[in-house]
Write a protein that binds this ligand. Structure first.
Ligand code: GUN
Ligand code: ZN
Length: 426
C-alpha cells in the first residue's frame, strides 16, 4: 500500500447542481491495488498506517486524471490546419491524413505519438475516434495498452460521400467491428466504441449494422458527430428527408446512455429533448468549434434539457490535447455567447474535464479521488518562477488557484500522471 501526501482538488459533487470544489490541503490518500482505501488529513492517515510507503506530492496540486470524451487518433499530424470550415477542412487536412492509416507501420508511429500526447496532457481516460482501417485501430489499442491508458475506441465507418479509400460496406463494417471488439473489448483497460463517422457519410443500412454491433457487444459505447456545422446539418437534412440530426441516429436505436455525440453546436429543441430523455451525453469541443468557426456551444440549453455534457479536445480540429485549454475556451465561449451564456467558474471547468467525462463514458470508478475510486490522478507542478507558479502562489484560495491553472496551465505543467496507482509520465 502507498500513502500519497499532497493537496487534492476534485469535484465529487456536480457544481452544476449545487456541488462545490473539494479542497484537501496536506491530505493523505491510502491506495492499494490502484484503489483509494482511505482519505483524510495526512497525519491521521499516517497514524492509522504507520508502516506504509509515502509518496510526497507536496509543492504541487493533485487533480483527478482528465477524461477526454472526443479525440481523433489519426489526426494528430493534422493539428493546426486553420482557416477552413468543417467540410472543407475534412477534405483538405483531416481525410488525406486518415487515408495514410492504410499503412499499418505509419499508423503505429502515429498511435505511439497519440498515446504519449494524451498521457503528457494529464489525460488518463479517453473516448477515441479510431481509424477507417481495422489494422490501424488494432495498433491504437496495442499502443494504449502499453502505456496503460483507459481507452474506448473503435473502427470508424462510412459508406458514402467521403473519398473512396475511406469507404466500407455495411457487411464489412459489421464483420470488422465485431472482430476488433472481440479482440479488445474488456481486455485490460480497453473498451469498444461503435463509431459511424457522421450520418452525412453513413447510409441507413450502415447505421443499422452499427446497431447490431452495439447489441452484440455488451458494455460497448456508441459515438459519432452531431449538429456541428450549418452546411453539414443542411446536407444531413437533405439526405434524411428533413429529419432533425439526432433522429438520424435515434431511429436506429443508437441514442441512449451508451451514446456520446460530439459538438451539438446547433441543436433543435427536439434534438435536446431526445438527448435529455435518453440520457445520451454530448462532448463539448470548444477549441475545435472556434478553430473551424462552427459556432458557440449553447450550454445553458443543454442544462435546461438535462443533457449530460463533458469536454473533448477533438484533436486534430481541436488545437491540442490539454483539457486545461479546452476548459478555458469553454469559459470564453460562454462569455461570448451573450445573455444565454453560462458563467463557468473553476469548479465547473474541473468537473467538465473529469467527473462529467467519467459519467459520460460510463466509468464510475474514476473522475474524482473519493474512497472506493481508482487512483487516476495528475500532479500539476509548474516550473519555479513561471507565470503559473506565481499565480498559484499568490491566489487567495483554491478556487482562484484552479482558475489560474485553467488560464495559464499547459501539458508542460503536468509533472506526473497515475492510472490505477501506476506512474505513467514524469
Ligand atoms: N465530422 C465528421 N468527421 C469529423 C472530424 O474528423 N472532425 C470534426 N470536428 N467533425 C467531424
Ligand atoms: Zn470529432
Amino acid at each position: 500500500m502507498t500513502i500519497y501526501r499532497g493537496t487534492f482538488l476534485d469535484t465529487p459533487d456536480n457544481p452544476f447542481t449545487g456541488g462545490t470544489l473539494r479542497v484537501d490541503a496536506d491530505a493523505g490518500l491510502l491506495v492499494r491495488d490502484g484503489v483509494i482505501l482511505a482519505r483524510g488529513a495526512f497525519g491521521d492517515v499516517r497514524r492509522a498506517h504507520p508502516a506504509e510507503d509515502i509518496v510526497d506530492l507536496s509543492g504541487g496540486l493533485v487533480l483527478p486524471g482528465f477524461v477526454d470524451t472526443h479525440v481523433h487518433f489519426p489526426q494528430i499530424r493534422a493539428v493546426g490546419g486553420l482557416g477552413l470550415p468543417l467540410l472543407e477542412w475534412l477534405d483538405r487536412y483531416a481525410l488525406p491524413e486518415e487515408a495514410r492509416m492504410a499503412d499499418v507501420g505509419y499508423a503505429a508511429g502515429v498511435a505511439a505519438e497519440f498515446v504519449r500526447g494524451l498521457a503528457a496532457a494529464g489525460t488518463t481516460s479517453a473516448l477515441v475516434f479510431g481509424a477507417h482501417y481495422a489494422d490501424a485501430v488494432d495498433v491504437l489499442f496495442s499502443a494504449a495498452s502499453e502505456v496503460g491508458l483507459r481507452i474506448t475506441s473503435g473502427l470508424v465507418v462510412s459508406d458514402r460521400l467521403l473519398r473512396e479509400d475511406l469507404l466500407t460496406t455495411p457487411v464489412r463494417a459489421y464483420t470488422e467491428s465485431l472482430a476488433l471488439a472481440q479482440r479488445w473489448h474488456g481486455v485490460g483497460r480497453n473498451r469498444y466504441a461503435v463509431t459511424p463517422r457522421f450520418s452525412l457519410s453513413c447510409t441507413d443500412d450502415l447505421l443499422a449494422a452499427c446497431r447490431r454491433v452495439l447489441d452484440e457487444v455488451p458494455g460497448s459505447l456508441f459515438t459519432s458527430h452531431v449538429n456541428e456545422n450549418e452546411a453539414e446539418i443542411a446536407t444531413v437534412a437533405d439526405l434524411f428527408g428533413g429529419s432533425d440530426y439526432v433522429s438520424t441516429y435515434d431511429k436506429h436505436g443508437l441514442v441512449d446512455r451508451r451514446s456520446v455525440l460530439a459538438h451539438n453546436v446547433h441543436p433543435t429543441d427536439v434534438d435536446l429533448k431526445v438527448l435529455g430523455e435518453t440520457g445520451a451525453a454530448v462532448a463539448h469541443c470548444p477549441t475545435s468549434n472556434a478553430a473551424l468557426g462552427s459556432g458557440l456551444f449553447p450550454l445553458s440549453r443543454h442544462l435546461q434539457y438535462g443533457v449530460r455534457v463533458a469536454l473533448g479536445s477533438d484533436v486534430g480540429a481541436g488545437t491540442g490535447f490539454s483539457l486545461l485549454k479546452e476548459g478555458l475556451q469553454a469559459y470564453f465561449c460562454q462569455q461570448l455567447i451573450g445573455d444565454q451564456g453560462f458563467s463557468l467558474n473553476s469548479a465547473h471547468l474541473l468537473y467538465l474535464a473529469t467527473a462529467a467525462g467519467a459519467d459520460a463514458l460510463g466509468l464510475p470508478e474514476v473522475g474524482d479521488l473519493s474512497v472506493g475510486k481508482r487512483f487516476d490522478a495528475q500532479l500539476l507542478r509548474p516550473a519555479d518562477g513561471s507565470p503559473l507558479a506565481v499565480g498559484v502562489e499568490h491566489a487567495d484560495d483554491a478556487e482562484e488557484a484552479l482558475a489560474r491553472i485553467f488560464t495559464l496551465g499547459t501539458s508542460a505543467d503536468v509533472h506526473a500522471v497515475w492510472i490505477d496507482g501506476e506512474l505513467l509520465h514524469r
